[in-house]
Design a protein around this ligand. Structure first.
Ligand SMILES: [Zn+2]
Length: 203
């Protein structure tokens, strides 16, 4: 609730809430978030979307967990192969091969083939503002551009102070190598495409 309140004050009109999840807490995380999301939507007018980030899992279980999360109407993020953590190799491939996955977070040094799978399955690739994870942003933009995969700029907020301002989101996007036209698509169009994919009708 504090995070959403701070997002409202910062001018956000929509926010995805995606706590780390595995087989044990998946349903519980989503159900608990739903109540808060309904409340803030009604009271504060912000579209808060309940979700999960499937984090540090054996890649083989990702499709089944993504399916379970999707069946509950959740936004499904997979914690990708960031350069700064020992995420299990094969995680990126499992995520971009799965149409139930919405976003591959911090994909690190994903291959061109994986970016092509992301494009084919409608999986968004993340340009991240998070320290460490952001080291591969330039690479992610380069392979996504070539493959025609859609990108998003995300804060990967773990603390309210991490929430992006519009100015800092632009800085992150430009720093990752996006040009002016791509900036517009990534910061304005793609979040709306994602919300539409999730069944929401943003203004
Ligand atoms: Zn993550």
């Amino acid at each position: 609730m504090e995070l959403v309140r701070r997002a409202v004050v910062r001018g956000y009109r929509a926010i995805g809430l995606t706590d780390h999840a595995g087989p044990g807490n998946l349903e519980g995380v989503i159900e608990r978030l739903k109540a808060d999301c309904e409340l803030v939507r009604r009271e504060w007018g912000i579209l808060a979307v309940p979700g999960v980030e499937l984090t540090h899992l054996p890649p083989g279980v990702i499709p089944e967990l993504a399916r379970r999360a999707k069946a509950l109407g959740a936004l499904v993020v997979v914690h990708g192969e960031t350069p700064v953590e020992p995420v299990i190799p094969g995680t990126n491939r499992a995520a971009v091969s799965c149409p139930d996955v919405d976003i591959l977070g911090h994909p690190g040094l994903l291959t061109e083939e994986e970016a092509a799978l992301a494009a084919a399955n409608g999986v968004f690739l993340e340009v991240t503002a998070r320290k460490g994870h952001c080291l591969a942003n330039g690479h992610v933009v380069r392979v996504a551009r070539r493959a025609g995969a859609r990108l998003l700029v995300n804060s990967d907020t773990h603390d309210p102070a991490d929430l992006l301002t519009p100015e800092f989101a632009r800085t992150v996007a430009r720093g990752a190598g996006l040009d002016a036209e791509e900036l517009r698509a990534v910061l304005e169009e793609n979040p709306r495409v994602l919300l539409a994919r999730l069944g929401y009708r943003p203004d």
